[in-house]
Design a protein around this ligand. Structure first.
Ligand SMILES: [Zn+2]
Ligand SMILES: [Zn+2]
Length: 154
């Protein structure tokens, strides 16, 4: 019955609202809020020299709603997505471009030709130096990655 369905839907909406995150204080769109959407942090991969401006560097992007990275990441809001409406409690789309090598601190992107992740991010040269200390499985993975990236060298 239509009437019943409506009733259920209404209830659900109420329920979701009740369980939802505490609503953020309503504030009029102020200039600062607009600024937040401008990428101001420079990301430059030491491997492939990809350069991008990103919105956030750290572990817990304010726009990711609850996501916490195990290490500092360069995070960019998805430029192809419109900002979510104010009331939306879903995270907007975002991309982590890369992180810093846990040994030499060089910035590397997520490309397999630039970085390797094993418990932390390593640039490939550091990964190559470190791999002897890693379990065989991780060694096999990075060796594969290293040979693939060398094969790809232009
Ligand atoms: Zn790169
Ligand atoms: Zn390194």
């Amino acid at each position: 019955m239509e009437a019943d369905e409506d009733f259920v839907l209404d209830n659900e909406a109420a329920e979701i609202q009740r369980l939802g995150l505490p609503e953020e204080e309503k504030k009029p769109t102020d200039p600062e809020e607009e600024d937040e959407r401008i990428a101001r942090i420079e990301f430059l991969c030491s491997g492939c020299e990809m350069q991008e401006m990103v919105h956030y560097f750290g572990r817990k992007p304010p726009f990711s709603l609850g996501i916490k990275y195990p290490e500092d990441n360069y995070v960019m809001r998805d430029p192809f997505q419109p900002p979510p409406p104010r009331w939306q409690t879903k995270a907007e789309y975002y991309i982590s471009l890369g992180a810093n090598c846990s040994i030499c601190s060089k910035t590397v992107c997520k490309d397999p030709g630039c970085s390797f992740y094993y418990t932390a991010t390593f640039c490939l040269p550091c990964g190559q130096d470190e791999l002897k200390n890693w379990p065989v499985e991780a060694q096999a993975r990075i060796r594969k990655q290293l040979s693939a990236s060398q094969g790809n060298k232009k």
